[in-house]
Write a protein that binds this ligand. Structure first.
Ligand code: GDP
Length: 365
């Protein structure tokens, strides 16, 4: 059999090895090409033409902590800003296991089928894994991960929540400029990260399960209050009735919250990320929200408020960095730590002295 094949035209002959020198020189050049830093204009034109490799590289600059990269990233973002904004930004939260990744896979697949493009980002400052959290979930986002119409970016590696939120906000701008006009931002429903996501998105969606009290689901009242919709996931199989019952309970609970400034009355629904049941209805709900808030001005107002919030956040971040990088301040802080330990000075007075030192050193240039 083997011998027969050899004689056949179907047999693929083993290729002749290329001379090593040729190969390695070509490889070296190709490495150099990819290593060469693009100019900010090259970055911008790459992003605007939808080049995913360039987009990824630009996001890496945004996530970098090197001052040179930061500068470059800011230049790119400034130029991309006019091309961003025409988008729908949706935040998705819920405890681990509620089905966020599966839901994003289902909603994303639905959107792609209807001709949309989407970016999937995550905020998870607790993640110590260098590759962030979403990547681990990629197995649950198989269709999206394999589609050119979806751009999935894992959460930047652990850092301060403010830092991670800023990086995500800047990543949103780049993704939108690259043509991903639907942005889904996922966060684990524990800690403060929901508030950070709320500050980044237009619509905030809380996924819940039936049959578990909210205490069990670790959801704080404040998060329910922030939500524009509560959707009970896993409404399939034997769980459909329980999900509907939970939905009614959450609908009643939502009535107790004060009316939203946006004029939107938060909605509830049930869905199944696995069967896809009600996924189009959830998207329709989001669209209704966008239509209403664009009409009554709340959409633009919220984005403006977010922008102002971001300015203050950015001022704080810069001040903090400047303060902590100042060597004179550093020495003073160490001295104050010791004096506090010896109970010679109160924390308040110590902080005041550190700040005075900082001010003086700034004045002296
Ligand atoms: P995440 O931690 O919130 O991102 O949740 P995952 O998407 O990883 O889902 C957690 C588990 O719940 C997985 O085993 C999923 O297959 C399952 N799951 C997610 N959505 C549904 C659903 O709608 N119905 C059912 N039956 N299982 C689901």
């Amino acid at each position: 059999m083997e011998r027969k094949k050899r004689g056949s035209a179907l047999h693929v002959n083993e290729g002749v090895d290329q001379p090593a020198s040729l190969n390695s020189r070509w490889l070296e050049q190709s490495k150099k090409r990819s290593r060469r830093q693009l100019s900010s204009a090259e970055f911008v034109s790459g992003i605007l033409s939808g080049d995913r490799v360039v987009l990824s590289k630009a996001i890496t600059l945004v996530e970098s902590n090197r001052p040179g990269d930061y500068q470059m990233a800011q230049e790119i973002i400034e130029k991309c800003l006019p091309y961003s904004g025409d988008s729908v930004r949706v935040g998705i939260t819920g405890v681990p296991g509620v089905g966020k990744s599966s839901f994003i896979e289902a909603l994303g697949t639905f959107l792609i089928k209807h001709g949309h493009k989407l970016a999937v980002l995550a905020i998870d400052p607790s993640s110590q894994r260098s590759k962030g959290s979403i990547l681990g979930d990629k197995t649950r986002m198989e269709t999206l991960a394999g589609s050119n119409n979806a751009f999935i970016r894992p959460s930047p590696s652990a850092g301060s929540l403010g830092g991670v939120a800023r990086k995500t906000r800047e990543t949103i701008i780049l993704c939108e400029a690259a043509g991903y006009h639907n942005v889904l931002v996922e966060t684990v429903g524990v800690g403060q990260s929901e508030t950070a996501v709320y500050e980044l998105v237009d619509f905030f969606l809380l996924l819940m399960l039936s049959g578990a009290g909210d205490e069990l689901q670790g959801i704080k009242r404040g998060i329910m209050e922030m939500s524009d919709a509560i959707v009970i996931n896993k409404a399939d199989g034997d769980n459909v009735d329980a999900a509907r019952q939970a939905e009614r309970q959450y609908a009643n609970a939502l009535h107790l919250f004060p009316a939203k400034e946006s004029g939107w009355a938060p909605k509830t629904n049930t869905c199944s990320a696995i069967t896809g049941n009600n996924i189009p209805q959830v998207w329709e709900m989001i669209r209704q929200f966008i239509t209403l808030t664009k009409k009554n001005g709340a959409f633009a107002r919220k984005r403006q408020e977010q922008e102002i919030h971001r300015m203050y956040e950015s001022i704080n971040e810069r001040l903090q960095n400047d303060l902590h990088q100042n060597q004179t301040v550093k020495k003073m802080q160490e001295e104050m730590e010791q004096r506090i330990t010896r109970q010679e000075v109160s924390a308040y007075v110590a902080a005041q002295q550190v700040f005075e030192t900082y001010k003086k050193s700034r004045e002296q240039g």
